[in-house]
Design a protein around this ligand. Structure first.
Ligand SMILES: [Zn+2]
Length: 253
């Protein structure tokens, strides 16, 4: 409450600041995400769709742990994320990661695509990059930059609007699309650094492309499955060449 009052006063006294760092904080975003994650998990539990298969949960957790360790090696100075992972039996879910590292993976989604461990690592690494790169915070900050009047409203209003207000969602679509491209690219690179073969990671995008009836058509916020597969194939090719180069050096030594 006090926080929102301060935001309101600031907005009035400073005649709408330009969307500086004070506008929305990561602490605020992660607290909101934790609340929404809890609500989602409670609804799944009530429907009997939460963590129903212990071996699937263990598989997902093992892969996520390896990726989390890589994220730590990549950037030891970054603030610790409190990773948490659960699985859903909801066929309408796929995979998601909320701010702060709250992951949810749908078992039907993974089974429909018959994902290998590497392909599942690609899914998780993409999702984890959203948290690592603070994509939610940046999205809120972009909304405030476009319309500083959000500062005069409670954060919960902006939090809701980003997911439900068609006008705002339209304004942020291209911004979100860039974040998706970034999560694909950085996710593939991180999982490759964690030890998976780049081509096997990229194969996830081929599966999605092959499973899409109109793979050349993207959405407002995501490039088309065909574009994502082509980008991943190109990136994997470059990484594999790099690997081949370094192993040749090793052999010579
Ligand atoms: Zn994404």
């Amino acid at each position: 409450m006090f926080r929102h009052l301060v935001a309101t006063v600031l907005a009035i006294c400073l005649s709408l600041p330009s969307g500086g760092a004070h506008a929305v904080t990561q602490a605020e975003v992660t607290a909101g995400a934790a609340r929404l994650y809890g609500t989602r998990l409670a609804a799944l539990a009530q429907a009997g769709m939460l963590d129903r298969d212990a071996s699937f949960l263990a598989r997902v957790a093992r892969i996520a742990r390896r990726l989390g360790e890589q994220a730590r090696r990549d950037n030891p100075a970054a603030p610790l994320l409190s990773w948490e992972i659960h699985t859903s039996s909801d066929p309408d879910d796929s995979a998601s990661c909320m701010a702060g590292g709250k992951l949810l993976v749908s078992q039907p989604y993974v089974e429909q695509l018959a994902l290998t461990d590497a392909e599942l690592a690609m899914v998780l690494s993409h999702e984890m990059q959203h948290a690592i790169l603070l994509h939610n915070l940046k999205e809120y900050q972009e909304a405030v930059r476009r319309d500083p009047r959000w500062l005069a409203q409670p954060f919960s209003a902006l939090e809701d609007a980003v997911d439900n207000d068609a006008r705002l969602m339209g304004q942020l679509a291209s911004f979100n699309r860039e974040q998706e491209v970034e999560a694909d690219r950085e996710g593939l690179a991180m999982a490759w650094r964690a030890g998976w073969r780049a081509n096997e990671l990229a194969a996830y995008f081929r599966k999605v492309e092959q499973a899409s009836p109109m793979s050349h058509i993207g959405s407002a916020t995501h490039p088309s499955p065909l574009q994502r597969w082509r980008a991943a194939r190109r990136q994997a090719g470059a990484l594999e060449i790099g690997t081949a180069g370094s192993s040749a050096t090793t052999t010579k030594n």
